[in-house]
Ligand binder design. Structure first.
Ligand SMILES: [Zn+2]
Length: 135
């Protein structure tokens, strides 16, 4: 017998210094702040407390984007296109939505589009649109 259900677990946690700077800069200034790893010098974005590559601590803030390069994308039924993008100045990839990109191509230039109402998290970026096509 299989019993299906859904568990909803509200939670809160302290985001840490780098993620807090990231959220505040998105919300208040429409800027994207990564953090330089103190161990391997990679620029982490979005920044967590530690580097996923070497385990070093997230250090100094580094402004990245809003320009980005499309690394990969997929179309999800009823949800639109999702992509991995590399923000200018960042290492690694950020997963986010594509908006108004009728013909995505790996390597094409994109630009972050900020939400008109922002609350201090990754959703403050609505998605990434084709560079040169502004709304
Ligand atoms: Zn590192």
């Amino acid at each position: 017998m299989i019993v299906e259900g859904r568990v909803q677990i509200p939670f809160r946690y302290a985001a840490g210094a780098a993620a807090s700077r990231f959220g505040a800069a998105l919300r208040d200034e429409r800027r994207i702040l990564g953090a330089r790893c103190t161990g391997c010098d990679r620029v982490l974005c979005p920044p967590g407390p530690f580097c996923g590559s070497c385990g070093g601590a997230a250090g100094a803030a580094v402004e990245v984007g809003p320009g980005a390069t499309l690394l990969a994308w997929t179309e999800l039924p009823d949800r639109g296109a999702f992509a991995l993008v590399r923000l200018d100045g960042a290492d690694g990839a950020l997963a986010h939505r594509l908006v108004d990109v009728p013909e995505p191509r790996v390597g094409m230039r994109l630009r972050a589009r900020f939400a008109p109402e922002r609350g201090g998290d990754i959703r403050d970026i609505e998605g990434f649109g084709a560079e040169g096509i502004e709304r």
